[in-house]
Ligand binder design. Sequence first.
Ligand code: ADP
Ligand code: GLC
Length: 508
Amino acid sequence: MGGKTAPKYRVLMCSSEAVPYAKTGGLADAVSALSLALAKLGHEVRIVMPRYYGINRDKLVKLEGALGVPLGGGEEWCAVYTTDLPESGKKNPVRVYFIDHENFFGRDGIYGVPSEPDFLDNPRRFAFFCRSCFQVCRKLDWYPDVIHAHDWPAALVPVMLRYGERRGASGEFPETAGSFAGAASVLTIHNLGYQGIYSKDNFPSTNLGWDVFYQAGFDDWDMMNFLKAGINTADKLNTVSPNYARETLTPAHGFRRDGNLRWRGADYTGILNGIDTSVWNPRLDRFIPLPFSTGDMGGKAKAKEALRRRYGLPDADGPMLGMVCRLTEQKGVGALFGPGYGSAWSICKDMNLQFVFLGSGEGWAEHEIAGLASRLPNFKARVGYDEELSHLIEAGSDFFLMPSLYEPCGLNQMYSLAYGTLPIARNTGGLADTIQNYNQETGEGTGFMFDDLTPQAIYNTVGWAVWAWYNKPEHIEAMRRRGMEQDFSWSRSARKYAELYRSALQGR
Ligand code: ADP
Ligand code: GLC
C-alpha cells in the first residue's frame, strides 16, 4: 500500500486505447494496468477514451443527457457511456468513460484502416477527444488533481489545460475554468515515433488561439505537431523506461524531439512499465492448457505441444522460436523478413528449430511472411490479431524474438520472461533495462542480445541461443527460472507515477 502518509490523488487518464476495449499495442495494456495499480494504492482513477465502433454499447451504462464539446469555433455533441474496468476492486473501482460520437468514432479502425492508415480527420477527431476530457469532468462535477495524457492522441490535453482550461479569467471558458485551476498535467510518451503531425489548417479545431500555436510550440516545419506542443507544456513528462528516456535525448533516437526533451531537463524521466500479473501469469493463464510455475514446469511442455498443434507443426526435438508484433519498421522486421535479404529464411533453413509468428501490419511484410510460410516447413505464421494465441506463443516457445529498431519499453520480453521463455532481443530502449545478456562462461543472464540491426546479427544471435539450447541445457534451465522469478509487477512503477504526480502538483 502507499503508506499511511502518502497522498491520494484523483487522476484522469486520457488515452486513445485501453484494454480490454481497444488495443493496437502496449499502450492499451499499460494504461489499464497502471490505472488498476494506482487504484490499489488508494488513488481515485478514471479513464476517458473514445467509444470506437467495435466497443459494444450494450455492455455499458449511458450517462443522462448529451455532452457539448467546443470544437473549431462551434460545438459538437456526443454521448458518454461508462463502466468499471474489469478486475477493478469493488471498493475503489477504476471507472471508464467512453466518448461516443458517431461521425468521429463510429467507424472501423482506431487511427485508420488499411485503405486509409491515418484517417484524414485524425487531427479533428483527437482535438475533439482531448477537449471532451475536460467536458466529461464538468458533466460529472468531478475534477482531477492530475490529468495524465498518453501519447500524441491525448497530447493536446496538457496544452488545453495550460492555455485555457486552467487559466480562468483569460481562458476561453472563463465561467468554469476555475475548477481545473489546481490540476497538474503529466504526459507519458509511449512511442516518440508517432507525433501527430498534420497541416496547421487543422489548428482551429483545437479552439486555441494562434498565439498559443507559437507559445506552445506546435510549429513543426510549417505543420502542427500534437506531441511537440504536449512535450513543451505538460507539467511533467516521462517515457516508459529509463534507458529510452536517455536515448531520446540524442539525435539518433529523438525523432527530432531530442532538443525539446533536453530543454525540459529534470521534468522528463523514464519509468519502466510493469506487466499485469493477473493476466500475464503462467500460474493463472486461462489461455494455456495447463498452468505452470518454477516448481512445476510440466505445463510449459504442454503449451509447446498445443502451440505446435495450433500451427500444424510436426513433433520435433528442437527449440521453438516465437514472435508476436506489429509489422512496422520499429520492430526490426526489415532485417528479419526483408525480401531477399532478411535473416528469417536462413535461420529456418540452417537451424534445427521451429519458428511461429503472429502479427499484422505493413502489407509488404505480411506478403513476405506468407511467402516464407509456404516455402519453409518449420516456419508458420498467422497474420492477424489474436489475443489468445499470443498467450500460447509466450507460454509454448523456448525463445522469443524482438529485433526492435527502437523500443520505448516493450512488454513482450517481460511476458516472455514471466513464462520462462528467453528473449532474443536487440540491445535498445526498455529491452536493455529488462533483459540481462547471457554469459556462456558463467551461465548468467536472462536472454540473448545483439547491438546491430542487421540480418547477420539476428542470424548470429538466434544461432547462439540455439547453440546454448543444445549444448548448455543447464544454463537454459537456470535462465528460465531467473526470468520467471523477476518482479515486473506494476506496483513499483505505480508508486513512481504517484511520485511524479506529487512533483507535477508541486511544480505547477
Ligand atoms: P508495441 O506497443 O510497440 O506494439 P509492446 O511490446 O509494448 O509493443 O506491446 C505489444 C502488445 O501488443 C503486446 O501485448 C502483444 O502481445 C500485443 N500484440 C501485438 N500484435 C499482436 C497480435 N497480432 N495479436 C495479439 N497480440 C498482439
Ligand atoms: C509503445 C511502445 C512499447 C511500449 C508500449 C507501452 O507502443 O512501442 O515499447 O511497451 O508503448 O508503453
